[in-house]
Design a protein around this ligand. Structure first.
Ligand SMILES: [Zn+2]
Length: 487
């Protein structure tokens, strides 16, 4: 299969120099970029030629943090007004009822939304696997693979729960919180199984595997050590949520260390580790993370959704931290569009510390934000081969149509217009390894309505069975509040 993209208004390579080619043409052969040219390329030898007049083309976007399974529970009224413990208490019972078929439906919807927003590679932090049943990860891999997106599957785990949540859920759902609380040996066995069977570190890989307890298990550091050792054995990445709350810092003081020192002690402070959020890092944390090559998945919309602290992203980057962008799961971001996410990332850091205190010279520019969402994000999830447009590299490409009225008057700099002015989040074309997965703003080979209806049915089933069992009304906005604050 050969493909020529011609007459691209602007081609952004996202290379180290931030090069842009106006009036560009890109030749794709056998899944790779064969030629990039500012003058026309003869068309006869190509199987297909697509004219991209009026479009901007970037490397395919790379999503560094997600929880596909949470797409089962988007925009649930009962969890709209609660902080961490409230929404966990309400959502875990729903997720505990998830079947592998439900997860496949959620994966389809999440990957479809990512592809439709120009994303060609995504990480997914699958930390909730009822009874450690291998059928879940296999269902997810099959669904993502069929859609054609590159997947970095982080086999997560949950061996403990916050505060007295475990006891409350045991009372509601039965032993081990209805089967969602993990047995350590079973998790480690499934991690190893996935690494052996699926981790493909080759340059064209469609599937890599990483390991990631959902949070640092300060109560059980030996488990974290065992996970780190396993990652070392299989050259897999390590990932976890890390935004040390005051209670976690207090726990660490009892260990005579800071949270980031604990990461070092358990073998997690190393290249190949990336943390999600990092909303409460101090200067010491940042220094230690940077000097040890630990990267960050920044999920700006999650911060808004949960009312969390806004991190000074520009300071992290200036300190040398590698940062990628992530949409996070639907429990803390009801939207899964990467375009939406990069638009918020371009703005949110400007109000770090409450606003008015971030000097404008530190604000990120559109080209810097694009780089976070492409080349840097690819490095974050252990795929340095992705995230750039270069001759010989994989043909992972997104094209966005800027001919709509939302971009009127915003063509002085097309990338600025795309990120700062636009409201349309659909890619016109998304190409993964030379294969067109989105064409003319529509999924190829998939009926978008069928994907939505399948997930709608799964969600209705989960909510219906829980409402029958516990009498909870998930349509009720009075979700309650708690004193525990995330972020
Ligand atoms: Zn998350």
């Amino acid at each position: 299969m050969s493909l020529l993209l011609r007459n691209i208004d602007e081609l952004h390579l996202a290379d180290g120099e931030g090069r842009v080619i106006a009036g560009a043409h890109v030749a794709i052969e056998d899944g790779r970029i064969a030629d990039i040219s500012a003058v026309p390329i003869p068309e006869e030898r190509f199987d297909e030629v697509i004219d991209l007049t009026g479009h901007i083309v970037t490397p395919g976007l790379v999503n560094t943090h997600h929880h596909f399974f949470q797409s089962l529970t988007r925009a649930i009224p009962a969890v709209q007004r609660g902080h961490l413990l409230d929404w966990l208490l309400k959502l875990y019972p729903l997720w505990a009822g998830m079947t592998p078929e439900h997860l496949a439906a959620a994966t389809e919807a999440a990957c479809a939304e990512l592809l439709l927003s120009g994303t060609t590679a995504t990480s997914d932090h699958l930390y909730l696997v009822p009874r450690a049943d291998p059928a879940y990860a296999e269902a997810e891999i099959a669904a993502a693979s069929a859609l054609g997106i590159r997947l970095n599957l982080v086999r997560g785990s949950m061996t403990g729960m916050e505060a007295d949540l475990g006891a409350q859920l045991d009372a509601l759902l039965g032993e081990r919180a209805g089967g969602v609380l993990d047995d350590e040996d079973a998790v480690l066995a499934d991690m190893e199984r996935l690494a052996r069977r699926h981790h493909d570190a080759s340059p064209d890989s469609k599937l890599t595997v990483a390991f990631g307890p959902t949070t640092v298990t300060y109560h059980n550091l030996d488990f974290m050590r065992r996970v780190a050792a396993l990652a070392g054995d299989y050259a897999c990445g390590l990932h976890t949520h890390f935004h040390p709350r005051p209670d976690e810092r207090e726990t660490c003081r009892g260990l005579d260390a800071s949270p980031v020192d604990v990461l070092a002690e358990i073998g997690w402070l190393r290249p190949g580790t990336w943390i999600a959020h990092g909303t409460r890092l101090d200067a010491y944390d940042i220094g230690r993370l940077v000097e040890n090559g630990v990267a960050l998945a920044h999920c700006p919309r999650m911060i808004l959704r949960l009312g969390a602290r806004v991190p000074p992203l520009h300071d992290y980057i200036a300190a040398g931290m590698r940062v990628g962008i992530g949409v996070d799961g639907a429990a803390s971001n009801d939207c899964g569009s990467m375009v939406n996410e990069i638009r918020i990332a371009a703005l949110l850091h400007r109000v770090a510390s409450g606003g008015g205190e971030v000097p404008p010279e530190g604000w990120l520019l559109p080209a810097e934000v694009l780089r976070l969402a492409t080349a840097d994000g690819a490095q974050v999830i252990g795929r340095p081969d992705l995230g750039q447009i270069r001759v010989g590299g994989p043909a992972d490409i997104a094209a966005f149509d800027l001919r709509g009225v939302g971009y009127a008057g915003a063509r002085t700099d097309l990338l600025s217009g795309f990120i700062l002015a636009g409201s349309e989040t659909r890619a016109a074309y998304t190409v993964v390894g030379g294969q067109i997965r989105v064409r003319g703003g529509e999924l190829v080979d998939y009926d978008e309505q069928a994907i939505r209806e399948r997930l709608d049915r799964a969600t209705a089933q989960l909510i219906g069975q829980l409402s029958d069992k516990l009498g909870w009304d998930y349509r009720n906005f009075e979700g309650g509040r708690s004193d525990v604050v995330l972020g």
